[in-house]
Design a protein around this ligand. Structure first.
Ligand code: CP
Length: 308
């Protein structure tokens, strides 16, 4: 059964995840055609409600919606009545009156997209809320891994860095576990909480690499969410956990893949040479983000119609 909203990965079962990933394949094939557009959502409207900055998620949702022939409304939070103190509830009720079909929400507050979903008959898609969830990032990560290993069960993904503040780590770990992938987390002890007992936890890079991962998934160090100092310095972080030139040589010898949700901090999570490594999948992740977001928009069923 299709859902009205996509708020997290926990609410998707295995068959729904498989369906969305399978449905993304023909959408990606569209990208090689001269006309990259289908009329699937003609007459529907998609409203982008981003309270936090975004490059990849925002632009790929916009491209995805346009390739499905939907109308896209970019709600400019900085120029809206939110700056005059209008609440989220009032904003959403105003948008509801405009009968938009989809609302894509990013907010620093965990759970806010879920609250909005209760206020509107539009389909709400969580584009990242606080440290809680980023479900379409997880779907695009799973899709990218499945392009290399169509049956990824038994493969190992090592997620490195600021797990504590990362909605990507939470959502991507969960989807990979649902697909039978083994997941481990590596980083400074202060940034690697024990999320669940099925996820191995490392604080030492050498020990983590001895676990023999197939993918090294680097996370951005989120300085903007860190109100206290979790490690001595960025230089120290790079030395202990970053993919340095020497570590890249080992990764290349072992044929491992590198992923990162972006934006990257060069010189912190990775050195410049990582971007030219042939098994770095960062640009594939960005391209795949459009295909999976098309699949999500196509699958969700807004609760209201314009005939209501
Ligand atoms: N991966 C990701 O969410 O990137 P943006 O913040 O640029 O959207």
């Amino acid at each position: 059964m299709p859902h009205k909203d996509l708020l997290d990965i926990a609410s998707l079962d295995r068959s729904e995840i498989d369906h969305l990933l399978d449905q993304s394949v023909p959408f990606k094939e569209l990208f090689t055609r001269s006309v990259k557009k289908v009329p699937a959502l003609k007459g529907k409207s998609v409203l982008m409600l981003f309270y936090e900055a975004s490059t990849r998620t925002h632009s790929s949702f916009e491209v995805a919606a346009k390739r499905l022939s939907a109308d896209v409304i970019n709600f400019d939070v900085a120029r809206s009545s939110i700056t005059k103190g209008e609440s989220v509830r009032e904003t959403v009720e105003t948008l509801q009156a405009m009968r938009t079909d989809f609302i894509i929400v990013r907010h620093s507050r965990s759970g806010l997209p879920g609250q909005i979903a209760k206020l509107t008959r539009a389909s709400v898609i969580n584009a990242g809320d606080g440290a809680h969830a980023h479900p379409t990032q997880a779907l695009l990560d799973a899709f990218t891994i499945k392009e290399i290993f169509p049956d990824p069960a038994g493969k190992k993904v090592l997620i490195v860095g600021d797990i504590l503040h990362s909605r990507v780590a939470r959502s991507t770990s969960l989807i990979l576990q649902k697909l039978g992938v083994e997941v481990a987390h590596l980083g400074p002890g202060s940034l690697v909480p024990r999320l669940c007992q099925d996820i191995r936890r490392f604080t030492d890079y050498t020990a983590a690499m001895a676990w023999a991962p197939d993918f090294v998934y680097l996370l951005r160090v989120q300085m903007e969410r860190q109100d206290v100092q979790y490690f001595p310095s960025l230089r120290e972080y790079h030395r202990l956990y970053g993919v340095t030139e020497a570590r890249l040589a080992e990764i290349r010898d072992r044929g491992l893949y590198i992923m990162h949700p972006g934006p990257v901090n060069r010189g912190v999570e990775l050195c410049d040479a990582v971007m030219d490594y042939e098994r770095t999948l960062i640009n594939d992740q960005v391209e795949n983000g459009i295909a999976v977001r098309m699949a999500v928009l196509y699958w969700l069923k807004p609760g209201a119609t314009h005939e209501d």
